[in-house]
Design a protein around this ligand. Structure first.
Ligand code: PMP
Length: 292
């Protein structure tokens, strides 16, 4: 399955109002979304046939669109139902859902006021993104998260992912799995598609304030889980030099789930019981089992 390109797969994709044959969902090369990144998307996971936090993801898709100055021409309720329908049609048990909305081909210039907004929802069977039992290794990106007054930073707008792909490719070329990005002031921000947490010697968790990057849905879930376990958690500005004092580290994200980190550049971390336990509790939550 992995080797089949995404445009050559089979089944249906919900496209502008109805399920359409996978191979018939085509957009023209002169699409505004492609040229000017007037495009927003979501990433959702299906666990045991249920979409985790579907309403929150749909809400964020609408928030992203609104921050990009366009209006999705459907209600959130309709898109929630369309997402469930496409997951059922595709018979997804454990997988991934990708809703996307973009400006069409009616105008091909910076100004795009009259473009039609297109929406598609695709779903496919998918397993873990990283090995959640083993720590992954990160480099430090040469790219910084943009300042909050330079781009709609609190969204999943396609344009924000330019630097993520550049950073990820550089990391992979250097033999790392992912990349840690700093914010525009040089504080620790996040990885290329996931938020970051650190554990100190006293067993406290420290995570950067989401004031120039996505406040992930998984991040918020994990903060709640940690609080329910009585773990002290601090959201604050974290300087890169502080990594020397942290003993544990993990990433959170819909795709990444709770993934331990064993190394960032020269800093080493252990995959400790607290992180393994948080990861297990997150797995229990997404599958609605009683938290371990
Ligand atoms: N940051 C970035 C850049 C991401 O792409 C993601 C994945 N959506 C996250 C953080 C984590 O967000 P979430 O937990 O909502 O998936």
């Amino acid at each position: 399955m992995e080797s089949v390109p995404y445009d050559k797969r089979s089944g249906k994709i919900w496209f502008n109002g109805a399920p359409v044959n996978w191979s018939d969902v085509k957009i023209h090369v002169l699409s505004h979304g492609l040229h000017y990144a007037s495009c927003v998307f979501e990433g959702e996971r299906v666990y045991d046939g249920e979409i985790f936090k579907l309403e929150e993801h749909t809400e964020r898709l609408f928030h992203s669109a609104s921050r990009m100055g366009f209006k999705i021409p459907y209600s959130q309720e309709l898109l929630n139902k369309a997402t469930k329908d496409i997951v059922a049609i595709q018979k997804i048990k454990n997988g991934y859902v990708r809703p996307v909305a973009w400006r069409g081909s009616e105008m091909m210039a910076i100004s795009a006021q009259q473009t039609k907004i297109n929406v598609a929802i695709a779903a496919w069977e998918w397993g873990p993104y990283y090995d959640i039992n083993k720590g992954i290794r990160l480099n430090i990106s040469k790219w910084k998260r943009p300042a909050p007054d330079t781009i709609p930073w609190d969204t999943k707008a396609s344009g924000l992912y330019m630097i993520c792909t550049l950073s990820k490719h550089e990391a992979e070329q250097q033999g790392f799995t992912d990349s840690l990005m700093f914010d525009f002031q040089g504080n620790i921000a996040e990885a290329t598609g996931a938020n970051i947490f650190f554990k100190n010697k006293s067993g406290e968790l420290h995570t950067p304030i989401a004031d120039s990057f996505l406040n992930g849905i998984t991040r918020r879930c994990v903060i709640d889980i940690a609080k329910s376990k009585g773990i002290k958690i601090f959201e604050r500005k974290i300087k890169p030099e502080e990594m020397i004092d942290f003993v544990g580290c993990f990433l959170t994200g819909t795709a990444a789930e709770v993934t331990p980190v064993s190394q960032i550049d020269k800093y080493k971390f252990t995959v400790c019981d607290l992180i393994k336990d948080l990861s297990k509790s997150y797995q229990a939550l997404v599958r609605k089992k009683t938290a371990a």
